[in-house]
Design a protein around this ligand. Structure first.
Ligand SMILES: Cc1cc2nc3c(=O)[nH]c(=O)nc-3n(C[C@H](O)[C@H](O)[C@H](O)COP(=O)(O)OP(=O)(O)OC[C@H]3O[C@@H](n4cnc5c(N)ncnc54)[C@H](O)[C@@H]3O)c2cc1C
Length: 168
């Protein structure tokens, strides 16, 4: 994977620089980062009902968010400032920003709100208009942090379970 990234960066120079690339590989460290959902692109899903000829079709459109690039630049600048303390230099040309929707931390399709509207859920994970159906996974997070989310998802599901049981 590292070798591939090196070859992509050096392009046609990669072959003659093979020795250097191998040396670099031994010193490279890949850093993977995640953005908060407020700084990430979002996706709009629209289900188009079938006409007489075909099946239903789910359309996905992207709403770009320029804030993401600004945050990444800020992080890179800070990493550069810390070069001596970290003992390494961030290689800007090797930066890769993933395509919208390409993440391991997705959620917030039916975000919890105190007063839910369409395509939102209440604080017990019930999508608007539903009384006995509770979503308890990442889909009800009001936003997704840049950090890992599984423990928050589990804690929220636990809370919804207890609070719902207390209602009965
Ligand atoms: C490669 C990778 C690495 C990750 N590493 C980390 C990590 O290190 N730390 C961390 O905190 N998080 C990590 N995550 C994120 C974490 O896995 C998810 O955030 C977490 O699993 C979300 O939990 P969830 O219950 O919301 O959804 P899921 O775990 O996706 O559960 C949803 C379930 O619903 C089922 N389902 C879907 N549709 C239907 C349907 N129509 N009918 C019935 N069942 C259905 C699915 O089969 C699935 O079992 C990682 C994710 C990936 C992909």
């Amino acid at each position: 994977m590292v070798g591939e990234a090196v070859r992509k960066t050096f392009g046609p120079l990669a072959k003659p620089l093979d020795f250097l690339a191998r040396q670099l590989e031994e010193r490279l460290l890949i850093v993977q980062g995640f953005l908060h959902s407020d700084e990430s692109p979002s996706m709009n899903l629209t289900l188009k009902r079938a006409d007489t000829n075909g099946g239903d079709c789910l359309h996905v459109t992207v709403q770009p968010n320029p804030e993401g690039r600004r945050v990444v630049k800020r992080v890179l600048r800070e990493m550069l400032r810390q070069t001596r303390r970290v003992g390494g230099v961030p290689l800007w040309p090797m930066l890769q920003l993933a395509d919208p929707g390409r993440s391991f931390h997705s959620g917030g399709s039916f975000p919890m709100r105190e007063k839910p509207g369409a395509f939102e859920s209440d604080c017990l994970g019930r999508p608007q208009g539903w009384n006995r159906v509770h979503a308890v996974d990442a889909t009800v997070l009001p936003s997704t942090p840049g950090t890992t989310i599984t423990l928050s998802v589990m804690a929220n599901a636990h809370r919804i379970g207890w609070e719902t049981a207390a209602l009965d």
